[in-house]
Design a protein around this ligand. Structure first.
Ligand SMILES: C[S@@+](CC[C@H](N)C(=O)[O-])C[C@H]1O[C@@H](n2cnc3c(N)ncnc32)[C@H](O)[C@@H]1O
Length: 181
């Protein structure tokens, strides 16, 4: 199991078009062990409220924040001399195959996984330590993120503990089995 901290950076969020897919990105991140979700593009308090509500009911899992200068943030990471600076991993259909490439990435350092929006700045390809493709066809950022996280964690991404949950789901063959704490 990879223990290094994972941050997901979602670029180019548009409140008019993206709330559902960006919420799914945050929920997949939370469910698969990501600790920080950073939103770039439009500010979206409603989206953050939804994730806070999931954290309250199902346990504390992820912290969300807005970043108004994501490329500056990535430039600072890329040029930092800190030993334990995060590696920048950009998910893009133009990148290298994820399963093979993940094998080569050091697992001790934190990572920032960058997921694009409608248009991705070309500079991102050079700032990133790795440009990784989940297949070389266009599909969904949610699917790309989930498959990446599953592979990165060696299939253990869902083995998480959530503190302070009000609702705990007991896996069931027959229906909803939810305990209220
Ligand atoms: C719907 S795509 C839009 C891509 C955009 N047209 C561009 O200029 O790259 C949004 C994001 O989904 C992710 N994505 C889509 N297909 C992918 C793939 N095959 N592998 C990795 N990531 C993918 C990427 O992070 C991408 O930036």
């Amino acid at each position: 199991m990879v223990e290094s901290e994972i941050e997901v950076l979602r670029l180019g969020h548009r409140v008019g078009r993206d709330p559902r897919i960006t919420t799914h990105l945050a929920l997949v991140s939370r469910a698969m062990g990501v600790k920080k979700f950073t939103l770039a593009g439009d500010k979206d308090e409603k989206l953050f409220d939804n994730i806070d509500s999931v954290n309250e009911r199902f346990g504390q899992g992820i912290v969300c924040r807005h970043e108004s200068s994501p490329m500056k943030m990535l430039r600072e990471i890329a040029t930092s001399n800190e030993k334990h600076k995060p590696l920048i991993i950009h998910l893009t259909m133009y990148g290298e195959p994820f399963k093979e490439t993940i094998e080569d990435i050091p697992k001790e350092q934190p990572i920032v996984v960058v997921v694009g929006g409608a248009k991705v700045p070309a500079e991102l390809f050079t700032l990133s330590d790795y440009n990784i493709a989940v297949g070389n066809q266009p599909h969904s950022e949610v699917a790309a993120l989930a498959l990446f996280l599953d592979c990165w964690t060696g299939g253990k991404a869902f083995e998480q503990e959530y503190e302070g949950a009000q609702l705990i789901i007991n896996p069931s063959k027959t229906g909803k089995d939810v305990r209220e704490v």
